[in-house]
Design a protein around this ligand. Structure first.
Ligand SMILES: Cc1cc2nc3c(=O)[nH]c(=O)nc-3n(C[C@H](O)[C@H](O)[C@H](O)COP(=O)(O)OP(=O)(O)OC[C@H]3O[C@@H](n4cnc5c(N)ncnc54)[C@H](O)[C@@H]3O)c2cc1C
Length: 160
């Protein structure tokens, strides 16, 4: 896929639910058909937007679980307790329904540490193990390259 294609304007499209596959008790694959899908790269995600009858809208991001060469687009959604969108997608969505979707979204870059620009890493919902890896890598890299003040890693953790 050309880089220019990745940078194109993102428009909302109407996706049709072609299949629903329960992967676990709380996780479901949504098999979606889109009339005008530009193709994607592994690791990209989409935004899904739901609109209630009264006009209220909710929007969430989901990683693309299907391979670029697959015909249908597959999203794997885990139902979170009391989650606004994931409970609907896992429990209520039916084959033939439509959802609004835009994408694909996401590009990669490699940070080689040679630039002087500051580095800010932000991660959500980290546990202790997930925090240890990036933190160790970050501190080793920044120490080696004398970048300590310009690199920060923020992890959010929820305490129940
Ligand atoms: C790039 C990206 C890719 C993603 N890919 C996937 C994916 O492939 N699959 C997937 O399942 N998810 C994915 N997500 C997460 C997804 O976007 C949603 O965040 C997720 O589905 C939860 O949305 P929700 O509306 O169900 O929950 P929300 O309503 O947003 O709530 C999230 C959780 O917080 C709790 N909560 C809400 N409000 C409060 C409050 N006031 N106080 C305390 N707790 C509260 C809810 O009970 C729930 O457990 C991805 C996110 C991003 C950013």
């Amino acid at each position: 896929m050309e880089r220019a294609t990745l940078r194109r304007r993102l428009n909302w499209q109407l996706a049709t639910v072609r299949g629903l596959v329960d992967e676990t008790a709380t996780t479901r694959d949504l098999v979606l058909e889109l009339p005008d899908w530009p193709g994607h790269l592994a690791g990209q995600h989409v935004d899904v937007r739901l609109t209630a009858e009264d006009g209220y809208q909710a929007q969430r991001s989901y990683s693309i679980a299907s391979a670029p060469e697959d015909h249908d687009l597959v999203l794997t959604v885990e139902r979170l307790p009391d989650g606004e969108v994931s409970t609907y997608l896992v429990d209520d969505l039916e084959v033939g329904d439509h959802v609004e979707l835009r994408g694909p979204i996401g590009e990669y870059f490699v940070w080689d540490g040679r630039t002087n620009s500051p580095l800010l890493l932000i991660a959500g919902d980290c546990d202790e193990e997930q925090r240890a890896g990036p933190r160790a890598l970050l501190s080793a890299t920044t120490r080696r390259r004398h970048l300590l003040r310009r690199a920060r890693a923020l992890c959010s953790v929820r305490r129940d």
